[in-house]
Design a binder for this molecule. Structure first.
Ligand code: ZN
Length: 271
């Protein structure tokens, strides 16, 4: 088995409750007595072992973000949001530093088109024994039209997305500004669910450690995946990315000073 594919264990996958699809199923993350080993906790935030470890050659953990089954990252108050990011990053980086894994994934699924099956807000931290996600990373996936930035954190809209059609990138030079990264991610998620299009109800977050030591988070709105990507791995970019960057800036960051590099035409700002 080459180190390019993860094996999915169907037997475990078929046992998993699907609470996005069937909300009558009892939520496994609300019933805290039923949870497998709790590894760490901070207030209502928990790190637990994944009860349904569907991946072979991997150590799968879940960050349960809150005890509110209908909570959502886009509306957390800032102190909870910052606490969640600090907790998640601490465990992600600790697993990475343990040197037990080829690489460690940190990601979130939300909504029916995200690939997630459980409604309760959660993220996943997964140590991969044999696959290193960093080998296929290209820095161009994180380049884009600037929306806002501080000294060491920046938000842009991808001009060369990994898949398409819109991808929001949050880049972070120093962990000291992790709270700003959390704020930018929250804004991009809120924009995705409320203003990007009439129908977008799903997104993913993907966290990366870049070769130059920076951190990145991709906020990926999810739609039905393009057949050109499925069949040919050809990514597409929307012709509205300039407009979306300007609209996101206007709605969430109008109070911020304009960035020196934001010389792009702003469009008419319609979502
Ligand atoms: Zn729940």
């Amino acid at each position: 088995m080459a180190d390019t594919h993860l094996r999915f264990i169907s037997r475990i996958g078929s046992q998993k409750p699907e609470s996005i699809i069937n909300r009558q199923t009892v939520c496994p993350f609300c019933d805290r007595a039923q949870l497998d080993e709790i590894i760490d906790e901070d207030g209502t935030i928990l790190l637990v072992k994944n009860k349904y470890p569907v991946l072979e050659d991997a150590y799968q953990t879940v960050v349960i973000e809150t005890n509110d089954c209908d909570g959502e990252l886009s509306v957390y108050d800032r102190s909870h949001l910052h606490r969640l990011f600090r907790f998640g990053f601490r465990h992600w980086l600790e697993m990475q530093a343990s040197a037990r894994y080829a690489s460690v994934l940190f990601f979130k699924n939300h909504g029916p088109l995200s690939g997630g099956t459980i409604h309760h807000p959660h993220m996943q931290i997964v140590g991969l024994n044999r696959v290193d996600y960093r080998t296929t990373l290209q820095t161009l996936y994180f380049e884009g039209i600037p929306v806002t930035r501080t000294a060491s954190a920046a938000l842009n809209v991808s001009t060369q997305p990994r898949v398409g059609f819109f991808e929001f990138n949050v880049l972070l030079d120093h962990l000291a500004e992790l709270d700003t990264m959390a704020d930018y991610v929250q804004a991009a998620v809120h924009y995705t669910l409320n203003h990007l299009s009439r129908s977008c109800n799903s997104y993913n977050l993907f966290f990366y450690e870049l070769p130059d030591g920076r951190f990145a988070c991709k906020v990926t709105p999810r739609f039905v995946t393009s057949p050109l990507y499925i069949g040919y791995a050809i990514p597409q970019v929307s012709d509205r990315v300039e407009e979306v960057a300007a609209d996101l800036q206007r709605r969430y960051f109008a109070h911020c000073k304009p960035t020196p590099s934001s010389t792009h035409p702003s469009g008419d700002g319609r979502p």
